[in-house]
Ligand binder design. Structure first.
Ligand code: NAD
Ligand code: DAU
Length: 336
């Protein structure tokens, strides 16, 4: 790959991927990002101008997308598609931008890569598979049936189906990946881990939905990026790869860990109104990615990765503080 178009490259994971690609390949990168509330110019600051170009625009803008994808044709180019509305709670308040960006946006990209014969990697989520019981010995695999619960996960499931249909019906050269919950630097303070870290740093209380029994399978964003690059380089066209790092923890355990690492009483949190339709447990079996492509995560200790993430938020309060009050006010209005 010589040239990549990275959609959503100013978001949490997309920006991590841009840094990762620059450090682990000689590719040139164009970022296409609408710079919604979730984007961050700071996350892309200081990158070499001769290798990175940032275009502000919408993936639903067919003319813009067509021009950027046309540049990749015949240039060993590929599209890596991260752009999305990504927060479940927001999708419960207003599903409309989720349908627009996640489904119509993916359709727009698919039509462009179809016209120009360009490779696509579509980044998706484990939430398309619904949830598991706490004591279910099974984990999600590439053949688990789709059973999304929220407007967010349903819109991602819709996008995945479009990608597979374009592969089968039109011969589009695409791969897909479904990853578990990411954590790490530059994650928006609306999300669980950054919200709780910054609540404590801000002198507020940690907010746990419901009982906190819900389980998420945590992976560091850096490991998600290395997996996506591996799939781009070695993945088989038409295939799906599940990405996970064996990081299952209950929300209660994560909250207690954050409080302890910050030197607070681990039981000093509030139980708040639960999320509607709240998925109970996600768990990824990433055997295919590991055995076929030889991928391994580098963050094997969640406790250590969390400690480094806490340090990062402590050192970057100039970045998150301006966003914090409005996010907390919106949660408070919902009893969360
Ligand atoms: P994010 O919300 O932090 O970033 C999304 C980015 O997409 C933002 O920069 C935003 O400006 C951009 N964007 C939104 N709408 C756009 C549009 N119409 N046109 C162009 N750009 C647009 O999201 P994230 O957490 O970094 O997630 C990135 C991708 O990874 C998403 O596809 C998400 O579904 C997937 N994913 C996320 C996780 C996770 O734990 N965060 C796990 C698995 C998969
Ligand atoms: O599984 C992958 C998905 O992980 C991605 O596709 C999504 O883009 C990403 O946002 C994430 O979805 P979740 O809904 O699992 O993440 P969130 O950070 O919103 O919440 C994680 C868990 O923590 C979930 O069980 C809800 C709970 N929670 C969340 C918040 C914001 C709380 O208990 N308190 C909170 O304040």
């Amino acid at each position: 790959m010589r040239r990549l178009l990275v959609t959503g490259g100013a978001g949490f994971i997309g920006s991590n991927f841009v840094h990762h690609v620059l450090g682990h390949s000689d590719a040139h990168v164009t970022v296409l990002d609408a710079f919604t509330y979730a984007a961050s110019r700071e996350a892309l600051a200081g990158l070499p101008g001769e290798r990175v170009r940032v275009v502000e625009g919408d993936i639903c803008d067919a003319g813009l997308v067509d021009g950027l994808v046309a540049e990749l044709a015949g240039a060993e180019g590929a599209v890596v598609h991260f752009a999305a509305e990504s927060h479940n709670d927001n999708s419960l308040d207003d599903p409309s931008p989720f349908v627009q960006t996640n489904i119509v946006g993916t359709f727009t990209l698919l039509e462009a890569v179809r016209r120009h014969g360009v490779r696509l990697h579509h980044v998706s989520t484990d939430e398309v598979y619904g949830d598991l019981e706490l004591d279910d010995p099974a984990r999600f695999t590439e053949s688990t049936p789709y059973r999304p619960s929220s407007p967010y996960s349903a819109s991602k499931a819709g996008a995945d189906h479009l990608v597979r249909a374009w592969v089968r019906s039109f011969g589009v050269q695409a791969t897909l990946s479904n990853c578990s919950n990411n954590y790490g630097p530059w994650q928006h303070v609306e999300k669980f881990i950054p919200r709780q870290i910054t609540n404590v740093l801000d002198g507020g209380k940690v907010k746990l939905y419901g009982s906190g029994a819900n389980v998420r399978d945590w992976i560091h964003a850096e490991d998600h990026s290395s997996a996506v690059l591996k799939i781009l380089e070695r993945g088989r066209i038409g295939e799906t790869y599940l990405i996970g790092a064996d990081g299952e923890r209950s929300n209660l355990a994560v909250v207690r860990m954050i409080l302890e690492q910050l030197g607070h009483d681990p039981d000093d949190f509030d139980h708040v109104t639960d999320r509607a339709g709240h998925d109970l447990r996600y768990a990824i079996d990433s055997t295919k990615l590991r055995t076929e492509l030889g991928w391994e995560p580098t963050y094997t200790s969640f406790e250590e990765g969390l400690a480094r993430t806490i340090d990062w938020y402590r050192d970057h309060d100039d970045w998150w503080r301006p966003k914090k009050a409005a996010i907390e006010a919106a949660y408070a209005a919902k009893g969360q």
